[in-house]
Write a protein that binds this ligand. Structure first.
Ligand SMILES: Cc1ncc(C[n+]2csc(CCOP(=O)(O)OP(=O)(O)O)c2C)c(N)n1
Ligand SMILES: [Mg+2]
Length: 348
């Protein structure tokens, strides 16, 4: 039996203003969507040019959801974005130059050339870099939320994970602790309907993945993850509820992974009709149409944003290509903390 609440679609202009977004904020969200897709489109070209070592992952189709949740976070909140969440890095303010540098393993990437691709985050912007093991970052976010509670800080942790990795034990342990202690954490499940080649009916037995929240003692919400404003509304609500002591929320954003698992995968196991159906629901097209209908977004404004973003990404790419690879002699720098770098009392 379904227990999660199915969210209403994104609202009227009046609703949006009540949530605290003005026209400038809305155009900022649109710009972040365009930057996010632009970075990943250029990543494909860099990969074909042999400039990205390893594989290459994108979040095409998930831009709206990622940008919306990150926009709803407060400046002191922390987040643990994954491989489908480029929009989170962009909305938190990571310079695209640093993202391209990371793609290519250069020292100006947030991982300083220690790791490539999307294994990165800028901790100065409240983001914690992912490790590959999924969903290992989920308990990390719960730990952050526990620390906020102990320190009596009004901060919230937000963690992203796929519906496939939700089948693993760390999800259960993290959500159970969060529910028992009513911690200030928001769980965002990017349900893109596939975990590599595994479809959802082989991943979970409930109607919605968010139905599981009831078993942990908190609220579950299901949203169309291509509806940027609906995701913003629900994320904002959940984050402020957590900040006010109302405990966790599990938000399930439904999208379709619009590309292969990574560039090496042609996704031939995904029915063609599904891609066609979800291409009609593209989050950027949908948000642009909403802007046109509700805030008089003009062709000139659209063209101005497109050309500013194009210039930004061209410059960022040129700068990233000039960034050096790390010096092999520094290989072990930053791997182990020195005792005098630690703030823990027993190390002082
Ligand atoms: C513990 C673990 N097992 C396997 C993998 C390899 N792997 C990386 S992503 C992925 C699919 C995960 O699916 P889902 O959680 O739905 O996220 P999506 O990639 O669809 O966004 C797999 C199997 C991994 N990273 N960690
Ligand atoms: Mg998935």
């Amino acid at each position: 039996m379904a227990t999660a609440r199915v969210a209403e679609p994104g609202g009227s202009l009046q609703d949006v203003q009540e949530w605290g977004l003005d026209r400038e904020d809305l155009l900022g969200i649109y710009r972040n969507l365009i930057v996010t897709r632009g970075i990943e489109d250029r990543g494909h070209i860099l990969f074909k040019q042999g400039k990205i070592p390893g594989s290459f992952y994108t979040g095409r189709g998930n831009e709206g959801s990622s940008v919306a949740v990150a926009t709803a976070m407060g400046p002191d909140d922390v987040g643990t974005p994954l491989h489908r969440n480029m929009g989170v890095h962009v909305a938190r303010g990571v310079d695209p130059f640093r993202i391209f540098a990371n793609y290519m393993g250069r020292i100006d990437g947030p991982a300083r050339g220690r790791d490539g691709n999307v294994h990165m985050a800028d901790d100065r912007l409240g983001l914690i870099a992912m490790v590959s093991h999924l969903p290992a970052m989920l308990p990390v976010a719960v730990g952050c939320a526990l620390a906020f509670r102990i320190r009596e800080e009004r901060r919230v942790a937000v963690t992203w994970f796929g519906e496939g990795s939700a089948a693993r034990g760390d999800t259960h342990e993290g959500m159970n602790l969060a529910g028992v202690r009513q911690l200030p954490v928001v769980f965002i499940c990017d349900n893109n309907q596939w975990a590599y080649s595994t479809p959802t009916h082989l991943e979970y037995a409930t109607q919605h993945l968010a139905d599981r929240a009831a078993g942990y003692g908190f609220e579950g919400v299901v949203i169309d993850g291509t509806d940027t404003l609906a995701v913003y509304r629900e994320a904002k609500r959940a984050i402020e509820k957590a900040r006010d002591g109302g405990g966790p929320t599990l938000i399930e954003c439904i999208t379709l992974r619009m590309e292969g698992h990574a560039v090496h995968d042609d996704a031939s196991y995904v029915p063609k009709e599904l891609f066609e159906l979800w291409a009609e629901k593209d989050p950027i097209d949908g948000f642009r149409t909403w802007l046109r209908t509700n805030v008089g977004f003009t062709d000139d404004e659209e063209a101005a944003i497109a050309s500013t973003v194009k210039r930004l990404l061209n410059d960022a790419l040129a700068r990233a290509e000039e960034s050096p690879h790390p010096d092999p002699a520094t290989l072990l720098h930053g791997v182990y903390a020195e005792p005098d770098e630690l703030e823990t009392p027993h190390h002082r």
